[in-house]
Structures are given as C-alpha cells and as structure tokens.
Design a protein around this ligand. Structure first.
Ligand SMILES: [Zn+2]
Length: 290
C-alpha cells in the first residue's frame, strides 16, 4: 500500500530570505542563469524576512519586509489556498556547525520526509538531519509555510556575509537531488516506506546575562562549541563565564543541541536550541495518477 499525492508541478526555490546568508543568494542566481533546462521549476530570488499573517489591509508606511512578504505571498500562495505552489524550498545558512538540515513545521509531511531520505542516500558524506519545529498551536511565519509542502534547507558552518565553496556546493547538490526527486515522483516512481530520525525542537537556552545591563556574561563552553547534534547529558559543560567559570546543563533529560552559537540569534536571546530525537515511520508514496 502506498499513499498517493497530487503531482508537484510548481516548485519554488528561494534564497536570500535572510539577505546575508550568501549560499542561497548565489545559488538562486545560478539557477536563474541556467533556467531553461528545468522549465517546470520556478526559482525565485526573494529577500524578505518573515511572513506576517497574510490578511488585513497594509499601509504605505509598513516596513519593507512586510510589503515584500505580501508580494511573495501573492506570488507563491496565497497561503492555505489551492493556488499556492506545491513545494517551497527556502535556502538558509547558519554559523553553527550543523551540516545540512531540513527544517519543517510538520513531522508527518511525507513528501518532505521522503525528500530528506533521498538527500541522505545521495549525499552520504554530508551530515544531515531533519528538524521539526512544532508550531501546532501557533501560526508559522516562515516563507516555506506558504506552499502546500515546504521546508528550509539550513547549512553551516558559514559566517553571514561570506560564501564558502564547500557549503555552497553542498547546498547546490542538495537542491539538485531535491529537484531530481520531484522529477522521479512526478513520473510515477514508488518510494518505499521506512524510518527517518526526526529531531523535534524542545526549547531554546539563552546566554547567562547580567540582571541590570542584560549583557551576556558567558560564551558557549569550548567543549560544546561545534558539537551540534552530539547528545548533551545533564551536568555537561554549557557555558564558560568571562571570569572563567564553567556553567553546566541543569536539565534532567539528555537532549540534542543545535544552532549552537548562531550569530543571528544573540538578539533573539538564543544561545542554542535543544531537540529530542524520535524515529518516524514513513509510508510508501507515489503520485496520484487519476
Ligand atoms: Zn536564515
């Protein structure tokens, strides 16, 4: 038995949602330059930040990012409508040593999970994880949530404002294998079911801060830096204060750290995020031929 899905005829690949994450910016430009040999794929260079709720009037004085996100919602969505593109892949970079991650807001979108498994098989040398942000009670504001299916590809480590060829190349192969998978799927390939490891985000941890000034008083501990996705046990070192003291992880449950020391998250009060790992059984899928 396999689960059937409609053909994925409109796929959008977006880079530059965060404009200083340069792998996606240059990759989308490259895809646009080569457009023609993949005519069924819409690529779009987008330069917005977050997706505010796509309803209600918008004033002339609204911030640029809000106006741009309305435009993108009109182009790729509208979100939740039959007109929305079938699949959105939004390209991001992180300064954390996370390898290649697919980040999605669902842990049961079989299209996204099958694409992830295909990438894992095609790129065995790249550390790869599927991260699930559970927003069941909240609306998600990311660009990839506008499509019928969608995810972000997050690759690091790469400093913001910098492009590193190894990271760029991993992203390029990831996107090529994703588009190959869509082609196989649309032409009737049956993808067998199986298991996928899913990292579900549990919580964020902020830096220790001075009560009055709110300045941080510690950095990520050297034993934790660049150890994304190695299990953090209770009492493992977490931070080293600027006076040299080690602060330890006080949680009761061992969890997987990621986005360790991400540059863009200092202002969001996130030093790292923690995830629980789970095995998800995915069914066989194929395109709906009717
Ligand atoms: Zn980003």
């Amino acid at each position: 038995m396999s689960v059937c899905f409609p053909k994925l005829s409109r796929v959008a690949v977006c880079g530059g949602t965060h404009g200083n994450e340069l792998s996606g910016v240059y990759l989308v430009r490259e895809l646009q330059r080569c457009a023609g040999d993949g005519a069924h794929v819409n690529t779009l260079l987008c330069d917005t930040f977050v997706f505010p709720s796509p309803s209600g009037p918008i004033s002339d004085t609204a911030p640029y990012e809000m106006i741009r996100s309305r435009e993108l919602n009109a182009l790729l969505g509208p979100k939740g409508s039959p007109k929305a593109v079938d699949l959105i892949c939004d390209l991001h970079n992180t300064t954390a040593d996370m390898g290649l991650c697919l980040i999605a807001y669902s842990d049961h979108d079989w299209i996204c999970l099958h694409i992830f498994r295909h990438l894992q098989r095609q790129m065995p040398d790249i550390p790869m994880r599927y991260i699930h942000f559970d927003v069941s009670n909240k609306e998600s504001y990311s660009l990839d949530s506008v499509g019928k299916h969608g995810f972000a590809i997050e690759i690091g480590p790469q400093p913001h404002g910098v492009v590193r060829s190894n990271i760029y190349t991993a992203m390029k192969f990831g996107v090529q294998h994703m588009l190959d998978w869509v082609r196989f799927f649309n032409s009737g390939t049956i993808f067998e079911g199986g298991f996928v490891d899913v990292f579900t985000m549990v919580k964020h941890i902020d830096y220790p801060r001075d009560r009055e000034t709110r300045n941080i008083t510690a950095a990520i501990h050297p034993q934790l830096q660049d150890r994304d996705f190695s299990l953090l046990q209770p009492e493992d070192p977490l931070f080293q204060t600027f006076s040299g003291e080690t602060l330890r992880y006080k949680g009761k449950e061992p969890l997987y750290p990621f986005f360790i020391n991400e540059c863009a998250y200092y202002e969001k009060s996130i030093a790292l995020s923690l995830a629980r790992k789970r095995r998800v059984m995915i069914p066989a899928i194929r395109v709906d031929r009717t």
